[in-house]
Write a protein that binds this ligand. Structure first.
Ligand SMILES: [Fe+2]
Ligand SMILES: [Fe+2]
Length: 167
């Protein structure tokens, strides 16, 4: 009988954030602030989709990057929306400064920390390199536009709307 080789890569740092009480508080603050929002929400489901799609893309495209790095960036990339909605600071910067606190307590190397921060800071623009570009695409691909009740109000250009299932 064939045996399936298990190659699951642990995600120590992403898990620490996932279970962190401050992170959980930020998630529920964001949920509360976006309660009436008709467009895409920035919730745990979005964060996990971004992490999963980014990881799938990295495997499909042969980019060597740690799963822990991708999921850490995904969990944190929009968490600064709380600050954006309450004090107007752009959320990529706000998310990066929250990320710095978590990264300081992580076991990531300095290079990995810088990668996480560059993915967060760059997630709103087409990337400067193949990894930031990949993360930008994962963020967009995470949205199921075909099922969105606000699709006709959405400002996304038609070609960006995900009307078919891809990931
Ligand atoms: Fe964002
Ligand atoms: Fe996002």
């Amino acid at each position: 009988m064939d045996t399936v080789k298990r190659v699951e890569e642990p995600m120590e740092n992403a898990n620490r954030i996932y279970q962190d009480p401050y992170y959980v508080t930020l998630l529920s603050r964001l949920e509360e602030l976006e309660k009436e929002r008709v467009f895409c929400k920035h919730d745990l489901s979005h964060f996990l989709s971004v992490g999963r799609i980014a990881y799938i893309l990295s495997l499909e495209e042969g980019l060597s990057v740690s799963k822990d790095v991708l999921y850490t960036a995904a969990l944190l990339h929009d968490i600064g929306r709380v600050e954006e909605l309450t004090s107007g600071i752009s959320h990529d910067e706000a998310s990066a400064s929250i990320a710095e606190k978590f990264l300081a307590e992580s076991t990531f190397t300095d290079e990995e920390k810088q990668t996480v921060l560059s993915l967060i800071r760059g997630h709103r623009n087409r990337g400067e390199n193949s990894l930031t570009e990949l993360f930008y695409r994962a963020d967009k691909l995470s949205r199921s536009c075909a099922y969105c009740p606000a699709i006709d109000l959405c400002h996304w250009p038609e070609e960006r709307k995900n009307r078919t299932l891809r990931y």
